[in-house]
Design a protein around this ligand. Structure first.
Ligand code: HEM
Length: 523
């Protein structure tokens, strides 16, 4: 029998063989050789047998473990978890070189099958830097919360302080709840023009229920379907397809969390009753634009709430813990407030320039425990080579912010809580320690979209609390002081583990000041 080789598009099979050879010789082999000549960053776990690693990013204290490994393996370490390849950057130089200097390459976010299934890949913190809408998201955040926009928002932060102080006066046991409500109220007002009436607020509950789920279950590496995307074709009734149930419940929750307050704000604007807000200004600015813009405003503002409450709360809980454990620092802060502000009024956001010690104290809180010790993971869009190591395209790149803010070469004696480290006169070597805000708010094109708002909120709450209260150790039933342990939860945003303490009003005048501030607010 005679075999005839068929022709495709007028070319013979031989032609295609030759094209393939040319492709392999001119592109594939050099690429392969280049890739083989550099090695991956050291893997502290050693070779993996089954290709799957435990989900580790949100584990408690994992940032400390990475920092310890960095001492043995160098500042850049890597490992594989299922199909994901993780690169952890453990010092300021590596973070600067990759996430800042090569920001164009390193600004993507890791996506995953699960994120797409729950439709979370459109929220600000998760949006791909390759998405055509990404520059619009960033521009919007800049317009509303950048150096000019922030000036409109400072009054909101000041307005919410009297309620916080009043709540702490009447019920210091639940100080975390009061701190959370204060920050939630400020954000809801700034974003939607919505005034939160009680801690039991309907909109806040919706968002917080959703965020609890997201924080706990949407970390890279948790779901098997992320490592083995083929699993998404499993019929929903099959064992192992339980992720479908989670995905569909979370998708509904996501939609509700992003839409509820937004729809309320739209109705207020339509009815001519709205107070100025992020939503009202942006809707007015894009009044003739497509519905696409409305969707973007909804995604951006919804993310602002979730990104902005837990983070500030974490910093404030660390502040309270540090005040319990460092009474000298607390006293010094109070002295500065008494000297500069006096006892006739509460400190305001605008007092920052006159309160350098409180300013330093706020920085030290962020350094001592960055609310996101591992920041938010970036992802790299091309193969890259750094210091002779290959960072493969698609790697999940994690900045270990905690390791930087506890690097002895930058911050001597890093476990000491010491605001004086930012005053160069205090340092024998005259070496100024870097401002930790350069690290704790993230890097490059993905730097925190609400950084100035967050920073002003942390400063104002700290100054106001120290002007009215002394925070101290709680006394147990046997009359002994309870010393809290310095220990932090796992998660993306991490908090001090629950602890008890007392808020005692510093004087009768302080109590009267709070009462008067509340009356002014209501009047
Ligand atoms: C002390 C409080 C806060 C800290 C420590 C903090 C820290 C961070 C960090 C580390 C990132 C990731 C940056 C990166 O990927 O390199 C981030 C992103 C972000 N933050 Fe904050 N944040 C805080 C408060 C806020 C507030 C109050 C808002 C809004 C009102 C906000 C909005 C955002 C947004 C929208 C992003 C996503 C930016 C993007 O993906 O392009 N944050 N933040």
């Amino acid at each position: 029998m005679n075999w005839t080789i068929p022709k495709f598009y007028g070319r013979s099979f031989d032609d295609y063989v030759i094209y393939c050879c040319v492709f392999v010789l001119t592109w594939l082999i050099p690429w392969w050789t280049r890739r083989r000549s550099v090695s991956l960053p050291p893997n502290p776990y050693g070779p993996s047998i089954f290709g799957r690693r435990p989900a580790i990013l949100g584990a408690k204290n994992i940032w400390k473990q990475y920092a310890v490994w960095a001492q043995t393996y160098g500042p850049v370490i890597s490992f594989r978890s299922g199909k994901s390849f993780f690169v952890i950057l453990n010092n300021a130089a590596a973070i600067h070189d990759l996430l800042q200097t090569r920001s164009k390459l390193y600004s993507d976010r890791p996506s995953s099958v699960m994120l797409q299934l729950v439709q979370q890949d459109r929220i600000f913190t998760r949006l791909s830097s390759q998405d055509p809408h990404f520059p619009i998201y960033r521009r919007m955040a800049q317009e509303e919360m950048g150096t000019r926009g922030i000036l409109r928002l400072l009054a909101i932060l000041d307005e919410n302080i009297p309620t916080l102080l009043k709540n702490l006066l009447s019920d210091d046991e639940n100080f975390s709840t009061h701190l959370r409500n204060c920050q939630s109220s400020s954000i809801m007002k700034a974003i939607y023009g919505y005034s939160v009436k009680s801690g039991d607020d309907h909109f806040i509950k919706i968002v917080e229920r959703w965020w609890l789920v997201v924080n706990a279950y949407l970390r890279p590496g948790i779901w098997l379907v992320d490592s083995y995307p083929i699993l998404k074709f499993l019929p929903r009734w099959m064992p192992g397809a339980g992720f479908w149930k989670f995905a569909s419940a979370t998708r509904t929750q996501t939609n509700e969390a992003l839409s509820s307050a937004f729809i309320w704000a739209q109705a207020e604007i339509k009815g001519g009753k709205a107070s100025p807000s992020f939503v009202s200004r942006q809707l007015a600015r894009h009044v003739d634009s497509s519905p696409e813009y409305t969707e973007i405003i909804k995604q951006v503002t919804g993310t602002m709430y979730v990104a902005g409450v837990d983070t500030v709360l974490s910093a404030m809980r660390t502040f309270v813990l540090m005040m319990v454990l460092n009474p000298d620092v607390q006293r010094r802060g109070q002295e500065e407030i008494d000297r500069v502000i006096g006892s006739d009024r509460l400190p305001l956001t605008s007092d920052r320039g006159d309160l350098p010690y409180i300013d330093a104290l706020a920085k030290e809180v962020l350094r001592f425990h960055p609310p996101g010790p591992l920041g938010l993971a970036h992802s790299v869009t091309e193969d890259d080579i750094y210091n002779g190591m290959l960072i493969p395209k698609g790697s999940i790149v994690v900045p270990n912010i905690w390791a930087v803010t506890h690097d002895k070469t930058l911050y001597p004696n890093p476990m000491k809580f010491d605001p004086l480290r930012y005053f160069n006169v205090q340092l024998e070597k005259k070496q100024l320690q870097p401002d930790p805000r350069n690290y704790v708010y993230g890097f490059g094109r993905r730097v925190c979209g609400g950084m100035l708002f967050a920073d002003a909120a942390v400063f104002t709450q700290i100054a106001a609390i120290l002007s009215i209260f002394t925070i101290s150790k709680e006394i147990d039933q046997f009359g002994k002081e309870i010393t809290p342990i310095v220990d932090f939860t796992g998660g993306i945003v991490t908090h001090p583990e629950d602890f008890v303490c007392k808020f005692t009003a510093r004087s009768r005048e302080a109590v009267e000041l709070v009462t008067a501030a509340m009356e002014n607010r209501q009047g």
